[in-house]
Design a protein around this ligand. Structure first.
Ligand code: KG4
Ligand code: ZN
Length: 343
């Protein structure tokens, strides 16, 4: 495989197709310029969740035009690319296969190296791109549709998972509540919007495992209670708003309190909130307050970099490109499961 040909102004392409969002990005490692485009598949809304085969087919349709649009918008050509970074897992295998195959074919045809990126690591470290003050080690709380992980991030590629969900992920709890209330998929932002009109004194939902001796999470009991509560109402608009607020409050409370406890016990002074659920306004605000009170530094990506995107893949891959020994050959295969502590 051809090695990098320049020593400055390296331009990396990032490709994200782990789930239902097609993301492409261009990252210039020297001047930090990061441009990205995202295509979010809306077709899944009608089904209340992702249909994997439809997701793969849509990635195939969208990936090339999206890349062409991104390059044209910023006056670049394929020949300007110095390396291709791609999500190699974890995720839906059919979706990953589209991005991985596309990335490898492109790298081969351009004679540039390709770099597999772990999607979870990318969620965790994208905040570092805009925050030079954020350094390893830090405590990461990754809350997305597929994961709820508390992580001691020690170095690039060196992560210790100190807690995880035993059942549903936090985002899944938002999404399933949204489905129950007839709001469509994905539901997190819709629940947050309805919660703005909610009455906070009407329902109090349980906070499973809030006081457990470990840092694990469980959201399935909360989900069951949400269902029982909803079925006991007249199912009017105000009932939806009140349930949305109570659900949001419970999820925010659990995530915040467990994270602050872990930060104290592991003596980590920098906290990173990451993943799609980190786009939640209430969660961000509560973390900001709690960190200020506890003397911790708080970091969270801008909203568009919380949910899946190609920018986090380009940035993370670029960091690995700095270590020549980590280049991969083109026989690499996608991994639907790829834990953070196995990078
Ligand atoms: O990171 P992400 O885009 O995809 C995964 O890797 O899973 O996260 C998607 C999740 C969905 O469950 C979605 O409902 C949730 O993030 N989400 C939110 C908000 N925006 C997205 N949850 C709560 N509040 C939001 N504003
Ligand atoms: Zn994600």
């Amino acid at each position: 495989m051809k090695r990098l040909k320049k020593t400055h102004n390296m331009l990396y392409l990032g490709i994200e197709t782990s789930c239902d969002d097609t993301g492409v990005a261009l990252y210039n490692h020297q001047n930090g310029s990061l441009k990205h485009l995202l295509y979010s598949q809306l077709q899944h809304s009608d089904f209340g969740g992702i249909i994997p085969e439809l997701a793969s087919r849509d990635h195939i349709r969208k990936i090339m035009p999206l890349l062409q649009t991104l390059l044209a918008k910023h006056s670049y050509q394929l020949a300007d690319l110095d390396g291709i970074c791609f999500t190699n897992g974890p995720g839906l295998l059919g979706s990953l296969l589209v991005g991985v195959t596309f990335a490898k074919a492109l790298a081969w045809s351009l004679s540039v190296p390709a770099m597999p990126v772990n999607h979870l690591e990318a969620h965790l470290i994208i905040t570092m791109q805009a925050n030079p003050d954020l350094k390893f080690p830090f405590l990461g709380i990754l809350v997305s549709g597929g994961h709820t992980l508390l992580v001691a991030a020690k170095d690039l590629g060196d992560y210790q998972v100190i807690g995880h969900t035993l059942d549903d992920a936090a985002g899944e709890c938002f999404d399933k509540t949204a489905k129950l209330l007839g709001l469509g998929y994905p539901g997190g932002a819709k629940i947050a919007n309805l919660a703005l009109q909610g009455n906070s004194s009407r329902f109090t939902l349980p906070r499973p495992m809030l006081h457990s001796a470990n840092y694990d999470f469980s959201f399935s009991g909360l989900k069951t209670k949400v269902r029982q509560t909803w079925l006991a109402t007249k199912q009017q608009h105000q009932d939806k708003c009140d349930i949305a607020l109570a659900t949001e409050e419970a999820i925010v409370d659990i995530i915040l309190k467990k994270t602050m406890k872990a930060a104290n016990e592991h003596q980590l002074s920098q906290i990173v909130l990451a993943g799609g659920v980190a786009a939640n306004t209430k969660l961000r605000a509560r973390f900001k307050d709690a960190c200020a009170k506890a003397g911790k530094e708080f970091f969270v990506p801008t909203n568009s970099l919380c949910t899946d995107n190609g920018a986090m893949i380009a940035y993370t891959g670029a960091r690995y490109f700095a270590h020549a020994s980590k280049y991969q050959d083109l026989t690499i295969e996608p991994k639907s499961k790829w834990p953070l502590d196995a990078i």
